[in-house]
Design a protein around this ligand. Structure first.
Ligand code: ASP
Length: 336
């Protein structure tokens, strides 16, 4: 029997057309079949649906993550895998968010998109969609993960980052190898792919957006730090730190962080470096952060950090539980 895949079209360049002024807008899902008639003869069955409205992914938000999650939850038993067509701009955020939504996921959810619309001759979308479908429908290899397929690689979604606004090779996963590489055959790296769960799937659709990112830079003023940490209702702040999690040791800075922690704000240390890990205490410039109660992000991406924090705050109330879960790998998002 043929496997079945559901395509969920959310928008993005892959399905855009140019208006008379040259600006790109999303268009209807059925045009994808016009551009890829060969899909009708694939070795797997394909159904499709689209979100309403379809969006440029710069307009992505937790409400839309919830909508995507609901479609997958509703159709979970009807398909062997899911392909989510998505704009590239925030694809790594959505892939990370969905990875936290589905605990004990037993089927592939593959996000893909393109840098050039499907209707263009040089489009990268054709290869991306066809490979994503092949992976999501594969009978010989099960990938029970939320992934991104782009150019010729399959990445763990919550390890991925968009790295180029120009190249077809637009994504990378700096702290975890790719899960598969598409050449003449698709080569799956079995030992890097999550194993199928033994427990039933659980779906968490709540996200709490009361977070902020405090991106450090030399010369950052007390006013900037203070105003971010004084945001009404703020429950967590990600400090985007230098190197292995380092920050200024000036007294005013540490006092601001201390006051935030004392107010119950979770302070999460995520490095600005694309690869490598936070290691609180390695340098004197991070020792105070540990003393204050700042939580290490290890080698998490900023996209996974944002969505993990929103997911934890949305589904747990106890701060100690949340900080404990931040330092655990829930869906393979950090290396411990
Ligand atoms: N702005 C587009 C989006 O993210 C870019 C793309 O799809 O590549 O929806």
């Amino acid at each position: 029997m043929k496997n079945a895949v559901l395509i969920i079209y959310t928008g993005g360049t892959i399905g855009m057309v140019q208006d008379e002024k040259g600006a790109l807008h999303p268009f209807e899902m059925n045009r994808i079949y016009d551009a890829l008639p060969q899909l009708k003869h694939a070795a797997y069955n394909i159904d499709s649906c689209q979100l309403d409205p379809i969006i440029d992914s710069s307009n992505m938000n937790p409400e839309v993550w919830k909508n995507i999650a609901e479609v997958i939850e509703r159709e979970y038993n009807n398909y062997d895998g899911f392909v989510v067509l998505h704009g590239t701009d925030t694809m790594a955020y959505t892939a990370s968010a969905l990875s936290f939504v589905f605990e004990n996921l037993g089927k592939p959810i593959v996000l893909t998109g393109s840098q050039l619309p499907l209707g263009m001759l040089r489009t990268d979308g054709r290869e991306n969609i066809i490979c994503a479908l092949e992976i999501a429908s594969a009978q010989k290899m099960l990938i029970p993960e939320v992934c991104i397929f782009f150019e010729n690689k399959l990445y763990r979604g919550n390890r991925s980052t968009k790295i180029s606004a120009q190249n077809f090779n637009a994504f990378s996963s700096f702290n975890y190898p790719s899960l598969a590489v598409a050449g003449i055959d698709i080569y799956y790296k079995n030992d890097l792919i999550a194993t199928a769960p033994s427990q039933p799937m659980k779906v968490y659709k709540q996200f709490n957006e009361n977070i902020a990112i405090l991106h450090l830079f030399p010369g950052i003023t007390k006013e900037v730090v203070h105003s971010i940490l004084s945001i009404k209702g703020l429950e967590a702040v990600i400090i985007s730190t230098y190197g292995s999690g380092n920050a200024p040791t000036e007294e005013w800075f540490l006092k601001e962080l201390e006051a935030a922690v004392a107010k119950g704000i979770i302070v999460y240390d995520v490095t600005q470096c694309k690869s490598g890990s936070v290691n609180i205490g390695r340098y004197a410039t991070s020792s105070d952060l540990g003393r204050i109660g700042v939580v290490s992000g290890y080698d998490i991406t900023i996209e996974a950090a944002v969505t993990k924090m929103m997911f934890l705050l949305g589904n747990y109330t106890n701060k100690t539980t949340i900080t404990t879960l931040l330092t655990q790998s829930l869906r393979g998002e950090i290396t411990l």
